[in-house]
Design a protein around this ligand. Structure first.
Ligand SMILES: C[S@@+](CC[C@H](N)C(=O)[O-])C[C@H]1O[C@@H](n2cnc3c(N)ncnc32)[C@H](O)[C@@H]1O
Length: 581
């Protein structure tokens, strides 16, 4: 989340919502068959705020050492405790034993709050609800896979997929809402973004890609979110059983499309942060009738992958419950029959169970009171047969304003970049793209797998909003006519550094690194040693060998003899945290 939005949120007065809704309580008593004591535990937990949880970025193992080092961590007082979640693989999920509002409010824990915020802004961790991490764990994304996340914004699961790909394979992160899709660009730019393309389509009409099918499809659909009441307390007031009937048809259409986009033998995960069978089991059962796929047993999968995690089997049968206007109490539900209208509304036939469907026991529901989380539902499909993936052209029509153009060995931009930065021949111009012919102010870098994909699909109906990582931007330095038109971007260094053979300098001076990270700029007059290395104006890569692995910064030497670091505030703060500078 951007700093501006965060500031706006934190200035909003804290509202104490009334966390009561008798209809919601009665609905879940009837629907999930909860005993009185369990119903009380369930509702009691839903009324509490969520604990603070974050996932470590596995590509930065040094951060785990920071978390385990009491000399590097803010001092925690009293009740506040920070520890890895026992059942999450490889100790990658960490939980603060307190709520977000306590963390922000109490003096003793404010330092920890700002520590986590800095780590999150620098991409060292992703703040994500624990249960929301489970669909990607189930999906078993492996390096080299082709993955599509059909409803991706704000992007925490896409980041998780990208982390698991480890730079190999490709990820299309899609969202129907253009504004929310743009949020993905920010969220994903740190997560091995060279393999990520962001697209903007309605998932149910996601264009056919001919013979190209995905190994993994993530389908975290829009839902009523009644499992997320701990995070969104307004739901206590607004909840009604009708909402689920409203989203069910779209959820089914998206899942149907997801199954069609996946290759035989590949996996599709379906998830919602709702506990309602109308959005969960009913959608899964109807999709199984439409497509050749089988459900994978998630209880067994999680028992093996996340020992200690408690999940509940999906329901083989459920009720379609509604209230009507003539009811004497607001909690008077009755069971609707297929085709029956209530106050002029009849739920879709796919909302109803078709007898007992035992296979649904392979899906799982995570209840908030089982391990202090939000509520969630997950189903995992293995696709058995390829189906016709065609969608009508007008529905999948390209909407995006961005046009990406691939550079070639002859492109003047490529020639200039080669000359200026000594780009080695190992970097294929196929992996560099600019935005539209007339606006060649940015150049993006994509990994080989995404470059291969774009060979076929760059000019297809796919509406790309962003491709790979920003590698070069327009050089806007004053009086820079004689310099290279492009500046090298810090965020692309992890990918491009090995191709940059000129304009490189090295230092083993930790003090210099610290100054550049903290003050962002130095005067060469005070650093004679550096002045001899940075005689030319323009952009350089400086490699600091005082840390392991070495740290690299893009530096700009100005005409007035000053040198600035091009690392963002967030990245600089992240490096300071990581290296203890
Ligand atoms: C539950 S949220 C996804 C959360 C996301 N997977 C994450 O982990 O950060 C659902 C998303 O679906 C998007 N959406 C709504 N209708 C859609 C549609 N027809 N096709 C694709 N995305 C849609 C919404 O804009 C929203 O961002």
């Amino acid at each position: 989340m951007g700093r501006k939005r965060r500031a706006q949120q934190s200035s909003q007065p804290f509202v104490q919502w009334t966390k009561e809704n008798p209809a919601h309580e009665e609905y879940y008593r009837l629907q999930l068959g909860l005993e009185a004591s369990e119903l009380a535990a369930f509702l009691g937990k839903l009324r509490e705020q969520l604990p603070v949880v974050f996932r470590l970025n596995p590509s930065e193992p040094r951060f785990r050492h920071v978390l385990s080092d009491p000399t590097r961590m803010p001092v925690l007082a009293g009740e506040v405790r920070l520890a890895p979640v026992a059942w999450y693989p490889d100790e990658l999920a960490w939980q603060v034993q307190t709520t977000r509002s306590v963390l922000k409010r109490e003096e003793s824990s404010k330092a920890l709050h700002s520590f986590i915020t800095q780590a999150s802004d620098a991409g060292l961790v992703t703040r994500q609800e624990l249960v929301s991490m489970l669909p990607v764990l189930a999906l078993d994304v492996q390096p080299g896979h082709n993955v599509v996340d059909l409803c991706a914004a704000p992007g925490s699961k896409s980041v998780q997929c990208a982390e698991q790909l480890q730079g190999r394979g490709l990820l299309l992160a899609n969202d129907a809402d253009p504004e929310r899709a743009h949020m993905l660009i920010h969220q994903l730019h740190r997560a091995s973004a060279a393999q990520v393309a962001i697209t903007n389509h309605q998932a149910q009409f996601f264009p056919s890609l001919g013979s190209f099918l995905f190994d993994r499809v993530l389908c975290d659909v829009p839902c009523t979110g009644d499992g997320a009441m701990r995070k969104i307390p307004t739901k206590w007031k607004t909840w009604t059983e009708r909402d689920a009937f409203g989203v069910h048809p779209l959820q089914l259409d998206i899942l149907t499309r997801a199954l069609a986009l996946c290759k035989p033998g590949g996996l599709v995960v379906y998830s919602t942060c709702s506990l309602n069978p109308i959005e969960n089991e009913a959608v899964v059962a109807a999709a199984l009738k439409r497509r050749r796929a089988e459900l994978v047993d998630l209880e067994g999968l999680f028992a093996a992958r996340c020992p200690g995690l408690r999940v509940r089997q999906g329901l083989p049968v459920w009720k379609v419950l509604m209230r009507d206007k003539s009811a004497t109490t607001p909690t008077e539900f009755f069971e609707v029959q297929p085709g029956q209208k209530v106050n002029g509304f009849a739920p879709k036939l796919t909302c109803f169970p078709d007898g007992e469907c035992e296979a649904l026991r392979r899906t799982v529901r995570i209840m908030p009171h089982d391990q202090d989380t939000g509520g969630f539902y997950i189903a995992l499909f293995r696709v058995l047969e390829q189906e016709d993936t065609h969608v009508p052209e007008e529905k999948a029509a390209r909407k995006g304003p961005e046009r990406f153009v691939r550079l070639t060995a002859e492109s003047p931009e490529y020639q200039e970049l080669r000359e200026c930065y000594g780009l080695s021949a190992d970097l294929s111009p196929r992996q560099l793209l600019s935005v539209s012919e007339s606006l060649k102010s940015k150049v993006f870098y994509v990994n080989r797998e995404l470059a291969d994909f774009l060979d076929q699909y760059l000019d297809s109906r796919l509406a790309f909003l962003s491709l790979g990582v920003r590698a070069f931007g327009k050089n806007r330095e004053k009086g820079s006519k004689e310099l290279c038109s492009f500046r090298l971007c810090q965020e692309a260094l992890p990918f491009l550094s090995s191709f940059v053979t000129s304009r490189r300098v090295e230092s083993s001076d930790q003090g210099l690194l610290q100054t550049l990270l903290r003050d962002r700029t130095i005067d060469l007059e005070t650093r004679v040693d550096l002045a001899s290395q940075l005689q030319e104006r323009g952009y350089f890569v400086m490699r600091f060998t005082c840390c392991t692995p070495a740290v690299e910064l893009v530096l700009l030497r100005h005409p007035n003899g000053r040198v600035s670091s091009m690392a963002s505030d967030e990245d600089s703060a992240g490096l300071i945290l990581l290296l203890g500078l």
